[in-house]
Design a protein around this ligand. Structure first.
Ligand code: ADP
Ligand code: MG
Length: 327
């Protein structure tokens, strides 16, 4: 099983930042509202995620570490309407096959915490009692220690950490009510406070995207035939020379989606010069059965069932907002 999991890991676990993404998404799926991310040496040495979510019962720990074990979908019908961030049941098994992973967890109604670790070629799970508050800690040490070919592809601590920072930025934008703390080598590098009021949201947006973005942002909020687009786009003046503020989400999941990027460019139209880029933070929500997220193991691509319709909706929502801003 270790070897099979290592092969699967090739698709999900590219680098420390992809480990962080999978683990933080698990914490979000578990309903955590406080997530601490401890990184050592850019994630080469350690990636530790501590959450206050619902936890994993003792008798489910070894299942959580085994491949294709997910508690999030029960049958094939659920695959058509995925609302959780995870669903493939691959991440923990894959990560644990290429690192030293320990999982410690305590559901609120279980008396003590338990710690699990998969070892050896067969990945037998060893389970011990432990001390831990309600919630879960996943500790990933020595990523790729047993797959030297992949370890060789890790970049410097600084570069890997900057990828992790970006992953947390993206997630923190989409889950404004969750408190995130990102530590590197024992120092707190980011602290995103929970934001619910407009003022708090603005503050959090500024701390993630810059005050300049907030000052130039046009709020978007459009609904049409089951599609809901909301968030912010910067006015095209600000956008000049900004190429790194492109954040889009489909049903809460961060995406690198060509259709969305294309629609946004089209809406900006001639307001953009040939070397300028739009800047935006946009959330598109639609019925879960209108979109297929099971396209790629890393889940950052989607397929819309009515792609043209979605595209044109985004173009018209943003064009209207830009126009209103100019009036
Ligand atoms: P998936 O997220 O696709 O279900 P994973 O391999 O990421 O698969 O996780 C396996 C299972 O372990 C999840 O379905 C969930 O039941 C459990 N799990 C993982 N992380 C956590 C967490 N932080 N809190 C509670 N349960 C978790
Ligand atoms: Mg998962």
């Amino acid at each position: 099983p270790r070897l099979a999991n290592q092969i699967a890991a090739g698709e999900v676990v590219e680098r420390p930042a992809s480990v962080v993404k999978e683990l933080v998404e698990n914490s979000i799926d578990a309903g955590a509202n406080k997530i601490v991310i401890d990184i050592e040496q850019g994630g080469h040495k350690r990636i530790r995620i501590i959450d206050n979510g619902k936890g994993i019962y003792q008798d489910q720990l070894s299942l959580a570490l085994s491949r294709h074990a997910t508690s999030k979908i029960k049958d094939l019908d659920d695959l058509e309407s995925i609302s959780s961030l995870g669903f493939r049941g691959e991440a923990l098994a894959s990560i644990s096959s290429v690192s030293r992973l320990t999982l410690t967890s305590k559901p609120a109604d279980q008396e003590t915490a338990w710690r699990a670790m998969a070892t050896g070629r067969e990945m037998e799970v060893d389970i011990q009692p432990a001390a831990h508050p309600d919630g879960t800690t996943i500790d990933v040490e020595d990523l790729f220690f047993n797959t030297p070919a992949r370890r060789k592809f890790l970049r410097t601590h600084k570069t890997e950490f900057s990828h992790i920072d970006e992953v947390i930025r993206r997630i923190a934008l989409s889950k404004l009510d969750i408190i995130f703390t990102l530590n590197h080598n024992g120092k707190t590098v980011r602290q995103y406070r929970g934001a619910t009021t407009d003022k708090q949201v603005e503050k959090r947006l500024a701390s993630i995207c810059s005050q300049a973005f907030v000052d130039n942002a046009i709020a978007i909020d459009f609904e049409h035939q089951g599609l809901h687009l909301f968030g912010w786009v910067a006015n095209p003046n600000f956008s000049r020379n900004q190429n790194d503020l492109c954040y889009s989400y489909v049903n809460g999941r961060m995406m690198r989606d060509k259709l969305i990027n294309h629609a946004i460019r089209q809406a900006y139209g001639e307001r953009l010069t040939h070397d300028s880029y739009p800047a935006f933070v946009l959330f598109l929500n639609l019925d879960f059965d209108q979109v297929d997220v099971n396209v790629h193991p890393a889940k950052h691509e989607v397929r819309f069932h009515h792609a043209r319709f979605v595209h044109d909706f985004i173009v018209s929502a943003i064009s209207q907002s830009l126009q209103q801003d100019i009036l």
